[in-house]
Design a protein around this ligand. Structure first.
Ligand SMILES: NC(=O)c1ccc[n+]([C@@H]2O[C@H](COP(=O)([O-])OP(=O)(O)OC[C@H]3O[C@@H](n4cnc5c(N)ncnc54)[C@H](OP(=O)(O)O)[C@@H]3O)[C@@H](O)[C@H]2O)c1
Length: 308
């Protein structure tokens, strides 16, 4: 029988296990996808630990995962433009991507371009919609010096490169193990922790410019820091620190402001080699606990992916 990642109670990685389930049947407008890769997101962790239980009501046993790539196995009523055998990247509507089979609305599905790996296609949806929405919300352009906090993670790695693609100069805050990668993508790396403000000021001085925008993926006081460094609130977008955004009038546009067209544009850039979504590690489905341990503690560069 097909397997899916499940948990029966809120908790740490130890509550995750595989369960056997009936093969899902695609409903109106849905694709049944035989999963080739399913990327992990910190949001999956927040759901599993109960951190967002007021927002996301789960019933146990609960499944995991939004991002998925795979081969269309069957299509539901009303589907046009996709057929069995098509290779797609998509977003599941009701989580449950981390499984042998998943259902995805056709409105989220895109054909996998030739140069895009399964792992990248299966990781691109959440971080792709989010990073595109962020650079749009902060109106990043060629005259900007942008600070990206969390520049080596799934969202930050893409947001930094999309800002570069728009012609901006970028300072990226990330752990030191990821600095070489940032440098190789034209992003000036800065280490977080004590005295991060002084290091950002020094990086801006070396660029000979003031910071003009902030894309905050890390929380941890960066909105306040951006204001202190003279960034206008409407040029700040945070996807983590909603309290600071409300206090200062900064923006909070994230994944829900992104579209399938945003993901399509990003896949085109990745396919052309102009943007990279780094894959930190892949794990087979049965090693789901190890995969989430790596996401939560391994300082991944880019994405951790389950490969059924
Ligand atoms: N609102 C939305 O729509 C939305 C959408 C997607 C994600 N999110 C949220 O956004 C956050 C990031 O998601 P993600 O997928 O990019 O996570 P991720 O892949 O785990 O990346 C986290 C990044 O933060 C960096 N980091 C850790 N502590 C930091 C600090 N004190 N200062 C600066 N950077 C720091 C990490 O650096 P090192 O690994 O190099 O140490 C890494 O680059 C999560 O909380 C997620 O839930 C929100």
């Amino acid at each position: 029988m097909p397997r899916q990642v499940s948990f029966d109670q809120y908790g740490g990685v130890e509550v995750l296990h595989l369960s056997e389930v009936e093969q899902p049947i695609p409903g109106e407008g849905q694709l049944l996808v035989r999963v080739m890769a399913a990327g992990l997101n910190p949001f999956d962790v927040k759901v599993r630990t109960g951190k967002v239980k007021e927002m996301i009501k789960v019933t146990f046993p609960s499944a995991q995962g939004n991002d998925v790539a795979g081969v269309v196995e069957a299509v539901g009523p009303g589907v046009s433009g996709f057929k069995p055998g098509d290779e797609v990247a998509a977003s599941t509507s009701k989580r449950g991507a981390q499984a042998d089979f998943a259902l995805a609305p056709q409105a989220t599905a895109l054909l996998r371009p030739a140069n895009v790996s399964w792992e990248v296609a299966g990781s691109v949806w959440v971080v792709g919609t989010t990073s595109q929405a962020m650079v749009r919300a902060a109106a990043i352009g060629a005259d900007d010096l942008v600070l990206v906090s969390g520049a080596s993670g799934g969202v930050g790695a893409l947001a930094s490169q999309l800002a570069r693609h728009r012609g901006a100069a970028v300072i990226g805050v990330a752990g030191e193990s990821n600095h070489e990668w940032l440098l190789s993508h034209g992003i000036t790396p800065v280490t977080y922790g004590d005295d991060v403000e002084a290091r950002i000021r020094a990086a801006a001085a070396a660029a000979g410019r003031e910071l003009t925008a902030l894309l905050d993926v890390a929380g941890d006081g960066y909105v306040e820091l951006g204001i202190k460094l003279g960034v206008a609130p409407e040029r700040i977008d945070t996807i983590v620190d909603y309290a600071a955004a409300a206090k200062h009038g900064a923006k909070t546009e994230g994944g829900s402001a992104g579209t399938t067209a945003d993901v399509a544009e990003l896949l085109t850039l990745i396919n052309a080699g102009e943007v990279e979504l780094p894959i930190h590690a892949s794990f087979p489905l049965e090693q789901v606990q190890a995969a989430y341990t790596e996401l939560e503690h391994g300082h991944p560069r880019g994405k951790v992916v389950l490969v059924p």
